[in-house]
Design a protein around this ligand. Structure first.
Ligand code: 5GP
Length: 202
């Protein structure tokens, strides 16, 4: 029937978009794009599951070869979405889910105008700061850098198609599922294939 769609979940760090995305991936119709990164694995992170942890040389080579759908450097580390597996998953009818930061989201919007951009917002700036402290994976200095850019990031909201406020995880996940469903019920681009299906039946 339809090819899968490309959903980009992004927003400030610490909003819990990873948790929302994990819930979406319980559906067999979704496929998660595992990014490449040059940063070191954190406690509990598995190569090939959370990220492909690659050297800067390997990363640079992939950039050179056009192997990424998008790529960006954040906080001195580089990240990229491998192109071939994502395109293949969509070809197979899966909805491809990206959990990436905003520079990457805008690159995707440019290159793939059909992509759907979803902004995941924290309940408040104070709550966001509490969550990042609680996670305990970053130094105070790194947290300060992240918080300083958060408001500027939120000001980019008009460039997105949808937003979610992650104050209640279950509700946020329901909203995310509704967004995916709504996109599949859109007439845009699907009209002729739907009409033809009924014509063929006649
Ligand atoms: P972290 O290092 O905390 O895992 O991720 C830092 C930021 O990089 C997060 O906002 C995450 O969503 C984003 N990120 C992860 N993978 C990619 C990617 O492939 N491309 C881009 N542009 N951002 C990514």
């Amino acid at each position: 029937m339809h090819k899968g769609k490309l959903f980009v979940f992004s927003g400030p760090s610490g909003t819990g978009k990873g948790t929302i995305v994990k819930e979406l991936l319980k559906s067999p119709d979704t496929w998660f794009s595992v990014s490449c990164t040059t940063r070191a694995p954190r406690e509990g992170e598995i190569d090939g599951v959370h990220y492909f942890f690659v050297t800067q040389e390997k990363y640079d080579q992939m950039v050179e070869e056009g192997g990424f759908l998008e790529h960006a450097s954040i906080y001195n580390n580089s990240y990229g979405t491998p192109k071939a597996p994502a395109l293949e998953a969509m070809e197979q009818g899966k909805d491809v889910i990206l959990d990436i930061e905003m520079q990457g989201a805008f690159q995707i919007k440019e290159a793939y105008p059909d992509a759907i951009l979803v902004f995941v917002l924290p309940p408040s700036l104070k709550e966001l700061s509490n969550r990042i402290h609680h996670r305990g994976t970053e130094t105070e200095e790194q947290i300060q850098v992240r918080m300083a850019t958060t408001l500027q990031e939120i000001e980019q909201l008009p460039k997105y198609h949808y937003f979610l406020i992650n104050d209640d995880l279950d509700r946020a996940v329901e909203d995310a599922k509704s967004i995916i469903k709504a996109e599949h019920c859109k007439v845009d681009g699907a009209a002729s294939s739907v009409i033809n299906r009924f014509k063929e039946e006649k």
